[in-house]
Design a binder for this molecule. Structure first.
Ligand SMILES: Nc1ncnc2c1ncn2[C@@H]1O[C@H](COP(=O)(O)OP(=O)(O)OP(=O)(O)O)[C@@H](O)[C@H]1O
Length: 696
C-alpha cells in the first residue's frame, strides 16, 4: 500500500477511538451517540436524502419492509409521493418487501421467522459414510496431506467424516463486557458437530440433513489479582506447532472474573442430528488405537506430549472413548440415551486429573457461553496450556444433550491439524466438571485490535492467516460459523489460530458433491451475514466469508460496521442502498452469474453515504475490490475463500507462517516471519478478553 493511500485511510479512521462496539460503528457522515445499556438510544443524524426514506429507528422490522433508497431519490420530495405514475421511483420505494417475499421465493428458500429454528432429522446413515478400521489405519498417516486439499477430495479424505447432533438446544448467553466505553459483544453457546481425529478419534458418518443442494451450485467459491509467574523452563504451548516459539519470560498477569453484561447473543441451535449408531462406530474405532489423539506427529513437542500423557495415564480423547465404550459399540442394540450415558460414565471414571496434573495459575483468559478458559501449567513439565472449563449442565438441559455438545466440540477441534487452528489435545473430567486442554496462545485478536498498536502490514498478515485457516476448514467440508475477533488467538510470534468450534457445521461429506446447508442463527450479531436472517437454510461457507470481511473492517477501523445486518439497522440499510434494487429481497437473492457486472452493487468512489463504499471508504483502496466481493449481500454471488486467495492484493500480502507442519512426522516445523512487519506484543494483563475486563 502506498504511503498516500495509507495516510488517506488512516485519516478516515483516526476518528476511531478504540470503539469496537456495535453502538459506535458508523460512518463519519453520521453523528452518533450511543448508550451501551440501551442500544435503541442511538441518535443518528442522517443525511437529509436518506432520512426521507428511512423509517424511525425504533420501528419494527416488518414496518421497515419498504424498499431501499436508491441513487437519485434525493431529488424526490414528499409531494411526489402522491403521484400516480406507476413507473416512478417512488412507487417502487413504497412496495412492501413482504408482499414479494411470499410470492417470489425461490424453490429452495423460505422466509424464516426470527430465531425459531427447526432441526433436520436423520434416520439413517448412508453406507458410503462408514469407513472400515483398516482403511482408517492405513490412511492415518495421510492426514496432514489433506491440509492443502481443495474441494477435490483426496484418498485420506475418507477420514474426514463428521457427525453432528441435531437437536435444537437453548443456549446460554455468553456476554462479555469489553469496556464500558468501548463496547460489548455478544457470543453464543456451543453447538454440536463432531468430526473425527486423525488416527484416534474417528467421528463416523453422520447424517445428512433433509435438505441438500448441489454442491457448488451457488457459484464459484470479572478482584483483581496480580501475579507474576515464570514460564522459565516451560514451553509455550504454541511450540506444539512451532518449536522456535519456545521462550522463557516472566509475565505479569492480572485476572478478574468476568461480569456478564447482557449484550445480545444468538443461541447456537444445533444443526445436525447425530446418529448414535455412528457414535458407536466412532468409539469403536477409537478404542482400537492404543495411544492418544493426534498420532499425526508433526512436531517433537507433540510427540513429547503424547509420551508424557501416556506416562501419567491421563485421560485423553482416545481414552475417553475406550473401555466401556468399546464394549458399548459391541452392543448394537443399545438405545441412544444408554450410549450417551455410558459415554458420560466413562468420563466420570477419570477423576482428579485436572487438579493433580495441571496447576491453576488463577488467570481467566476468557469466558463464554461454553464456560471459562483459564491458564494452567502442566505439573510434569511446567508447560503452559489454556484449559477450557465447561459450564455446568443447565437444569433444563438433559445430561445427554449436555455431554454430547461437549464431546462434539472436542471431536471437531481435536481433529483439526493446521498451523492456523488452535491445537486441542485432551478432554478431562473432575468433580462434575469437564475440561478441555488447549494449546495456549498469548493473545486474542480482539485484545490485539483494541490495543491500537497493530500496524497495517501486521493486520494484513493476520487477515491472510485468518483466510488460510478458514480455507483449511472449508477444504475439508467444515464451516466455523462463529468467526469473530475473539475466536482468533495469536501467538507471540504472530501466528493466528482459530478457536471455538462449538458452532461449526459440516457442509459436505467426503466424496459427495452435495452441499449440506446449515440452518439457524448462530454466532454474534455484528459478524452475521444478512442471509442467515432471511433464509431458513443457507450455505455456511458464505457466512464464514462474510464474517471474514467484517473482521477485516473491525481490524482496520476498530469499529463494527453495524449492530446487525438487518435493514432496520440504519448503517446496514445505507450499505444496502444505492444498488439498483427495489427491495432487500432482490439483493439477497441475486443469483450467481458469469457476468460480474450484470448486477450493480452500487460502488462509486465518490459516494460514501450509501452502497458498498459506505464501508469501503474506510478501508485501504487496494482492499476494495475483494471486499466488495466478500461483502456481497447475495450469498450466491459472494466470493469463496479460495476465490479470496486469488485476489491480487491478497496474493501480495506477506504472511508469517509455519512451514514444515504439513509434512507428516516432520520434526522441524518452523515459523517464517516476514520482514515487512513485526507482530505486536502487548501487556499480558490485556492480552485476552478476560484481561480486557480487568481494565473496566
Ligand atoms: N487456546 C487459547 N489460548 C489463549 N486464550 C484462549 C484460548 N482459547 C480461548 N481463549 C480465550 O478465551 C475466550 C473464550 O474462549 P471460547 O470462545 O473457546 O469460549 P466459549 O465459551 O466457547 O465462547 P462462546 O460463547 O463463543 O462459545 C477467547 O475469546 C480467548 O480470549
Amino acid at each position: 500500500m502506498s504511503f498516500s493511500k495509507l495516510l488517506r485511510y488512516n485519516q478516515r479512521n483516526n476518528m476511531t477511538t478504540a470503539s469496537l462496539t456495535t453502538e459506535h460503528a458508523f460512518s463519519e457522515n453520521w453523528t452518533t451517540s450511543a448508550i451501551l445499556s440501551d442500544p435503541t438510544s442511538i441518535d443518528v443524524n442522517i443525511p437529509a436524502e436518506i432520512s426521507r426514506v428511512l423509517p424511525p429507528s425504533n420501528e419494527s422490522y416488518d414496518s421497515v419492509l419498504s424498499s431501499l433508497p436508491t441513487r437519485g431519490m434525493s431529488k424526490m420530495n414528499s409531494t411526489e409521493s402522491s403521484g400516480d405514475d406507476e413507473g416512478t421511483h417512488l412507487q417502487k420505494l413504497t412496495t412492501s418487501w413482504l408482499e414479494k417475499i411470499d410470492t417470489e421465493m425461490p424453490e429452495n428458500i423460505s422466509k424464516i421467522d426470527s430465531n425459531i429454528i427447526s432441526s433436520p432429522i436423520v434416520n439413517q446413515v448412508e453406507a458410503r459414510f462408514i469407513v472400515h478400521t483398516g482403511k482408517l489405519r492405513k490412511n492415518s498417516t495421510d492426514f496432514a496431506s489433506s491440509f492443502s486439499n481443495s474441494l477435490g477430495f483426496s484418498k485420506s479424505y475418507g477420514k474426514y467424516i463428521f457427525f453432528g447432533s441435531k437437536k435444537s438446544e437453548n443456549a446460554a448467553k455468553k456476554n462479555h463486557s469489553i469496556d464500558s466505553n468501548h463496547g460489548s459483544h455478544s457470543l453464543t453457546d456451543h453447538g454440536r458437530n463432531l468430526p473425527q481425529t486423525s488416527e484416534t478419534i474417528i467421528c463416523d458418518a453422520f447424517a445428512s440433513t433433509s435438505a441438500e443442494h448441489e454442491y457448488g451450485a451457488h457459484g464459484p467459491d470479572g478482584m483483581f489479582t496480580t501475579r507474576i509467574y515464570s514460564l522459565e523452563g516451560s514451553f509455550s504451548s504454541l511450540s506444539t506447532n512451532c518449536p522456535e516459539d519456545t521462550y522463557s519470560e516472566a509475565i505479569h498477569i492480572n485476572t478478574k472474573h468476568i461480569e456478564n453484561t447482557g449484550s445480545t447473543t444468538h443461541s447456537r441451535k444445533s444443526s445436525y442430528t447425530t446418529s448414535l449408531s455412528n457414535i458407536k462406530r466412532l468409539f469403536k474405532r477409537t478404542s482400537l488405537n492404543s495411544h492418544c489423539s493426534g498420532s499425526y506427529d508433526h512436531t517433537n513437542t507433540i510427540a513429547d506430549d503424547y509420551a508424557i500423557a501416556s506416562s501419567v495415564n491421563e485421560t485423553t480423547s482416545s481414552c475417553i472413548s475406550s473401555g466401556s465404550l468399546y464394549a458399548m459399540s459391541e452392543n448394537e442394540d443399545n438405545d441412544r440415551d444408554q450410549i450417551v450415558q455410558t459415554l458420560y460414565n466413562n468420563i466420570d471414571a477419570s477423576t482428579d486429573l485436572v487438579s493433580k496434573k495441571y496447576k491453576d495459575l488463577n488467570v481467566i483468559l476468557g469466558e463464554g457461553s461454553g464456560g471459562k478458559v483459564k491458564l494452567v501449567q502442566r505439573v510434569v513439565d511446567n508447560k503452559v496450556f489454556a484449559l477450557k472449563e465447561y459450564r455446568s449442565k443447565n437444569k433444563k438441559e438433559s445430561e445427554r444433550k449436555y455431554i454430547k455438545k461437549i464431546i462434539s466440540e472436542f471431536c471437531i477441534a481435536s481433529t483439526l491439524k493446521n498451523p492456523n487452528i488452535c491445537e486441542t489435545s485432551k478432554i478431562l473430567y473432575e468433580n462434575g466438571k469437564i475440561f478441555q486442554i488447549l494449546e495456549y496462545c498469548e493473545y486474542d485478536l480482539f485484545a490485539l485490535v483494541m490495543s491500537e498498536k497493530m500496524q497495517y502490514d501486521e493486520i494484513c498478515c493476520l487477515f491472510k492467516q485468518l483466510i488460510s485457516g478458514v480455507k483449511y476448514l472449508h477444504d475439508i467440508g467444515l464451516s466455523h460459523r462463529d468467526l469473530k475477533l475473539d475466536n482468533c488467538v495469536v501467538t507471540q510470534r504472530g501466528i493466528l489460530k482459530l478457536i471455538d468450534f462449538g458452532a461449526s457445521s459440516v457442509f459436505h461429506y467426503p466424496l459427495s458433491s452435495q452441499l449440506i446447508e446449515a440452518h439457524g442463527i448462530v454466532g454474534s450479531d455484528p459478524y452475521l451475514s444478512p442471509e442467515v436472517f432471511y433464509f431458513e437454510k443457507y450455505d455456511p461457507r458464505a457466512l464464514d466469508v462474510w464474517a471474514i470481511g467484517i473482521m477485516f473492517f473491525c481490524m482496520i477501523t476498530r469499529r463494527f460496521p453495524w449492530k446487525y445486518p438487518k435493514v432496520k439497522d440504519l448503517q446496514f440499510r445505507a450499505f444496502c442502498s444505492g444498488r439498483g434494487a427495489t427491495s432487500f429481497k432482490d439483493l439477497v437473492t441475486r443469483p450467481a452469474t458469469g457476468d460480474n457486472n450484470q448486477y450493480n452493487d452500487g460502488y462509486e468512489e465518490d459516494v460514501i453515504d450509501m452502497g458498498p463504499n459506505f464501508l469501503l471508504h474506510r478501508l485501504p483502496e487496494e482492499s476494495h475490490n475483494i471486499m466488495r466481493q466478500i461483502l456481497d449481500i447475495s450469498p450466491f454471488r459472494r466470493i469463496t475463500v479460495n476465490g479470496i486467495l486469488q485476489d491480487d492484493w491478497i496474493k501480495e500480502i506477506e504472511m508469517c507462517q509455519v512451514v514444515g507442519a504439513e509434512v507428516p512426522k516432520d520434526a522441524s516445523p518452523r515459523i517464517i516471519n516476514k520482514e515487512n512487519h513485526i507482530h505486536t506484543n502487548i501487556d499480558q494483563r490485556y492480552a485476552h478478553i478476560g484481561g480486557m475486563h480487568e481494565r473496566t
